[in-house]
Structure formats: C-alpha cells, structure tokens
Design a protein around this ligand. Structure first.
Ligand code: NDP
Length: 277
C-alpha cells in the first residue's frame, strides 16, 4: 500500500514552527508582507486572503493593495517602487495572473530581489542555479520539505520532473539536483514519455493536464508527487496524476487536494520569515 504524503499535516507543522520562531525572536513587528492584487480574478482573491490569514497565524504583519482591473503597468510599477523603498515592508508579493495590459515579467523584475518572497526574480532564480542563498519558488521548495519530512531519500535517486515552467518545473529540477538526485526534465516535446517516467524513483508531475499520468508511466515502488490541481465537472479536485490508477504501484504518493497545495503557502511564510535575514 502506498504511503499517502500528508501535505496538510506537514504544512501545519511548518507554520507552527514558524509561529514559534517568530515569537521567540520577537519578529512580529519587524516583518510585513505586502500583497498586491490587480483585477477581480475570484481565485486570486481567495489566494490573497489565504496569504493574509497565514501571516496572521504565524504572527507577522501584512498589508494588502487591491488595484482595479484597468490599472496601468506604470501605476503598478510605481506602487512596487514605493514598497521597495518602504523599510517597514520586508516582503512583496504580486498575485498572478495580472490583467492583460500588464507585462508580468516586467513587474517581477521590478520587485527588489531582497523582498521577492515568491522567488521569481531572475536574481533569485540565478542564485538557485549557482547554489547561492536566495528566495526559492514556494511550490518546489514545499515539495523538498514534503520529501524530507516523509523520510524519503533523495540523494542518488533517479528523479524525473515532468514540466519545465519557470515557477515549478525548472526550479524543482534545480532543487532536486542540489539534493544530489540524478534529474531528467521532460516537457511537451519529450519522446517516449512513459518510458522516461518509468525510470523514476521519484516522479514529479507539473503539466496542468487532469489525470494525465496513469500506471503505464510508473515504476513499481516509485514516489509520485502531483503538483497539478484541477476542478472536475462533479466539483471535486484532481491532479495531473490518475491517483486511483497509480497509487497501488507507488511506495508513496501525494493526494489532491491535501498534498502539494498546502505546502506552497507554508513555504511562502518561510520565505517571509527569512526576509529578515
Ligand atoms: P505551465 O502550463 O506553465 O507548464 C506546463 C509544463 O508542462 C510545460 O513545461 C509543458 O511543456 C509541460 N507539458 C504540457 N503538456 C505536456 C505533455 N503532454 N507531456 C509532457 N509535458 C507537458 O504549468 P505550471 O508549471 O504553472 O503548473 C502545472 C500544474 O501545477 C497546473 O495544474 C497548476 O495549476 C499546478 N500548480 C499547482 C501549484 C500548487 O500550489 N499546488 C502551484 C503552481 C502550479 P512545454 O514547456 O514544452 O510547453
């Protein structure tokens, strides 16, 4: 039977550790996350609210900036300039996606790398790739915590990452390399994907296609991490992995919901706490 990796419990454990750390080091008044949202995307509103609640839980400050849908790029950039300068703001997060008239890359580059708690700025991405200190993208950082706190050995293992996005696939691959796994990165042009995936001791899937990965992609005893999240017609959530079909073959697997999802916010809080260092 596959071990079910409980992301909800692990993320709660991390948030409780951070809460104690903030208390013990009297960081509550020193740390403040600025969350910026432009537009009315309902999912973004939920995410922004959850981030504010998480700040409250671990005992750090937060400020929110809700800008209208027709905000210009210059208006958003000048708000970021202001937050970069503001010494009471230690972390800045711009909720994506942004309205079409605003270029996301330009916005990400404008955030001071020292306050870029999402870890998306090219300076932080570069730091990760050369093994220097910096903020790491939250979802991949959360997956490393899930593996470590579930006592899953990474060093020397064959790891296949499916997906090469800047926010998940690429940083995930760099982190697994940093943990001394042997890493293969796959994408939409990869040939014989099932064969490549079947080599994996640890298979990490972030492709954005519901239930795409079935048992034909899985080696017996593999650890499977499912980053995908989709709402099905019946209202239930599912991942990029066909959980029922794959779980019997795995030694460990993340469920959706309750696997990778809750870790993203826990690692955001971890980055916010590190913003003091
Ligand atoms: P993107 O759409 O940015 O990237 C998808 C990647 O998958 C691309 O590299 C693409 O390849 C690759 N891909 C697409 N189709 C295939 C295929 N048939 N075979 C192999 N590779 C394929 O997605 P994200 O990385 O942003 O997100 C992936 C999933 O993870 C989504 O479901 C998203 O909702 C979820 N997610 C969940 C988070 C969480 O907190 N749980 C956080 C972030 C994302 P190519 O580059 O060639 O186009």
């Amino acid at each position: 039977m596959a071990k079910i990796i409980d992301g909800k419990a692990i993320s709660q454990q991390i948030k409780d550790e951070l809460k104690s750390y903030v208390e013990e080091n009297d960081l509550g008044k020193k740390l403040c996350l600025a969350v910026v949202q432009a537009g009315e995307d309902p999912a973004s509103k939920v995410y922004v609210n959850n981030k504010k609640k998480a700040c409250e839980y671990i005992g750090i400050g937060s400020q929110s900036f809700e800008l209208p849908e027709d905000t210009t790029q210059d208006e958003l950039l000048s708000l970021i300039d202001r937050l970069n300068e503001d010494e009471t703001v230690t972390g800045i997060l711009v909720q994506l996606p942004l309205p079409g008239q605003i270029d996301e890359d330009t916005v990400i580059r404008r955030i001071s790398p020292k306050k870029d708690v999402d870890g998306f700025h090219p300076m932080n991405v570069g730091a990760l790739s050369i093994g220097e200190k910096g903020f790491v993208s939250c979802t991949p950082a959360g997956i490393i915590e899930l593996l470590k706190r579930s006592d899953i050995e990474i060093e020397g293992k064959e790891c296949v990452v499916v997906g090469r996005s800047n926010i998940v696939g690429k940083p995930m691959s760099m982190l697994m390399l940093r943990e001394n796994a042997t890493v293969t990165i796959c994408h939409s042009r990869t040939r014989k994907l099932p064969e490549v995936c079947k080599r994996a001791d640890i298979l990490i899937v972030a492709i954005g296609k519901p239930k795409f990965i079935d048992h034909t992609y899985i080696k017996d005893g593999a650890v499977v991490i499912d980053v995908g999240i989709h709402r099905m017609e019946n209202g239930k959530l599912c991942g990029d992995v066909d959980y029922e079909d794959v779980a019997p073959l795995c030694s460990a697997i993340t469920p959706v919901p309750g696997g990778v999802g809750p870790m993203t916010i826990a690692m955001l809080m971890s980055n916010c706490v590190q913003a003091d260092c």
